[in-house]
Write a protein that binds this ligand. Sequence first.
Ligand code: ADP
Length: 429
Amino acid sequence: MIWYTIWMSLLCVMMSALVISAGGYLIRREAIRELTEEANDVADSVRYRDGRLFTDDLDWYDDGIFLQIFDQEGNLLFGRDNPDFPPPVFEIGRARPAGRWYVAEEDTGDGIVVRALMRRYDTGSYLLQIGVLLLLPLILALAALGGYFITQRSFRPVDKVIRTANEIAGSDDLSKRIGLKGREDEIHSMAEAFDRVLERLEASFEKERQFTSDASHELRTPLSVIKAECEYALSHSDDSGKMKEALIQIEKQEERMSRLVSELLSLARSDKGSLRVDISEFDLNELIEAVLSSMEERADKAKVSLSFGCSKGLMIEADSSMIARILINLVSNAIQYSREGGFVLVRAYKEKGSTVISVEDNGIGISAEDLPRIWDRFYQADSSRSSSSSGAGLGLPIVKALAKAHKGEVSAESKLGEGSIFTVRLPIG
Ligand code: ADP
């Protein structure tokens, strides 16, 4: 807009200069032509004989033209003297500007000189002054105002494109469209192309989601058959044989796969927005205590102390099984990635319209590069250290999805070698 205003102003200055100089030239040419004609006419009509001047009906001033008649000594015979007039220095037949006047002189042939004068308006500088003082600021203001409205109008669709792109980036909602219609310019074509890309993206994401959901569903049946067969075989195998060991291994792996499949299914439902949230009011303290006592054995094995600090009577309205899942995932990570003799501290409190649950440990911590990626599906910060775990990098994405189902937020702070703190904020109400 600034460039447009500067450009418009330059154009205006150039146009004004052109008009003023062309106008000035035409006015001067016209004035000189008129004066020459007048001086000629008068010179033809006057006679000077024996010191006497014979004229027809002659006015000393008519229609902006002053007339003077001089004898050869420069004495004024007709007309009025004016100290403002240029001095009587005659240049016969050469009409010209002289000071603030245009002057034309003609010889009558009787030894006298007719002089015609016209006031000279210096149109150039006069108009230029008005232009500079009044018109230019006005033109500038108009150009800026016009530019502002034009750019506003033409950038409105671009604004809409940016807003939609930001909304999609902020919410992962690919069903949004820019939906610009009504015109056939480049911006509208771009918006339509953008919408078409979104359509295709949404369709392929949808396909991928559907695949994960279908595959997980399909895997559940064979897995439950494997489980049932394992149980049956185990109950019929002798106690010592290698066969029993193999069956136990199969059963363990089946459990691991079942967990993975159910996590994938939960994530697929969360993507579809079809996670069922059963809201009820319950005491968060009680839930945390129950979860921690169920994990006591694991913590003891890992030589980690579990502790819990929270304000009394923390009633919340949420899906208790989902909140339990969030706690299990965070606490089991904290135990898994802690060190011998370390601690895991769970806190729960209300703050600024949210119920906050935090799980802190003084374990191995997460590097700054890994930290933003731990919420990605199947991401494991260090596969070598995670290989012993039964997880597959879906624990934290599930925590995030479950918090999102409650319109909540998750975050993590960590320092490699010092420990981590995971925080879940759930809106109250
Ligand atoms: P996993 O099944 O590997 O535990 P998660 O999604 O739960 O998957 O965690 C992703 C990665 O984040 C883990 O592999 C681990 O590297 C890192 N991580 C999670 N919690 C902690 C923690 N409390 N301390 C250190 N690293 C952690």
